[in-house]
Design a protein around this ligand. Structure first.
Ligand SMILES: [Zn+2]
Length: 287
């Protein structure tokens, strides 16, 4: 698979209309960069933060962009684009499809994709099929509660979520800086408060990893996202240690915890693969 054209731009913060306009403009620029035309495009994939319903193409709510509640994003973009059918899914689901098809989970039928980035998210594949749940929101692993401290509030409205400890934005806010990379740098230079926050984030990820292994028995856990990519010693390695030390022995021996193979392009590649399959009539995705 080859990426033949790309365009990136900042997400507008002024509501759905502005986001739709930016998406359509960006699609036009990417098509131009690829030296092709809209008529040549068979299907379009659209990845977005959840929770959302991929079957209806509706964003249920986002915590990061104002004005998004029950927005039929796929239909709005499709109408404005005036070309191929648009297939929406959660960014982490798209990433899992990319990693499972041509990336670090290739060959596995039971795996979990986990992103540790600004936030923490995931997707679960069981028996070669995406785990969707009763209302298509399954796999939000960042909001698995791992702590009892009610003061560690999460944007989702709960407390003690993995994201509330280990999300890059949460780490940065807890320390009082703009970016999590500063917290990791402070800890590396011996700052006790930064080190304590990072130790707490590691423990949250370790508890999540042990829970995933014991509850889901995956063959692989693929860990992506910018924090995982830049700080593997504080993300992937502690998860491996905890699973070796504390998870049930049989599922612990069966799982490999590995970095993403597709890196920053994982959701773009997954979106293209998902759109191709869904346009071909594979309503649900099977490996
Ligand atoms: Zn939460």
């Amino acid at each position: 698979m080859t990426l033949v054209g790309r365009d990136a731009r900042v997400t507008p913060q002024t509501g759905p209309d502005a986001v739709v306009a930016a998406l359509v403009a960006s699609a036009g620029a990417a098509i131009a960069a690829a030296k092709t035309t809209l008529g040549e495009i068979g299907a379009a994939g659209l990845s977005a933060p959840g929770p959302l319903d991929h079957t209806t193409g509706v964003i249920l709510i986002t915590q990061n962009i104002a004005g998004f509640r029950d927005v039929p994003l796929a239909r709005l973009v499709e109408r404005k684009l005036g070309g191929p059918k648009v297939f929406l899914d959660r960014d982490t689901v798209m990433a899992a499809i990319g990693e499972g098809t041509i990336g670090a989970a290739k060959g596995a039928r039971d795996y979990v994709y986990l992103t540790v980035s600004t936030g923490v998210g995931g997707a679960i594949v069981s028996g070669g099929k995406m785990l969707r749940g009763a209302t298509n929101t399954a796999g939000e692993l960042g909001h698995f509660p791992v702590g009892f401290d009610r003061d560690v509030r999460c944007r989702c409205g709960s407390f003690g979520c993995v994201e509330a400890y280990a999300g890059g934005r949460n780490l940065a806010e807890a320390y009082g800086v703009a970016d999590a990379s500063i917290v990791y740098a402070k800890a590396a230079s011996g700052d006790a408060r930064a080190s304590a926050l990072i130790a707490r984030a590691e423990l949250a990820l370790q508890n999540l990893a042990v829970g995933i292994v014991n509850a889901l028995n995956p063959g692989r856990i693929v860990v992506g996202g910018s924090v995982a990519e830049h700080e593997p010693a504080h993300v992937i390695e502690p998860m491996r240690r905890a699973v070796a030390e504390r998870a049930f022995k049989v599922p612990a021996a069966a799982v490999r915890i590995v970095p993403s193979a597709l890196g920053a392009d994982v959701s773009i590649i997954g979106s293209a693969l998902a759109a191709r399959d869904r346009a071909a009539g594979k309503g649900e995705w099977f490996l």
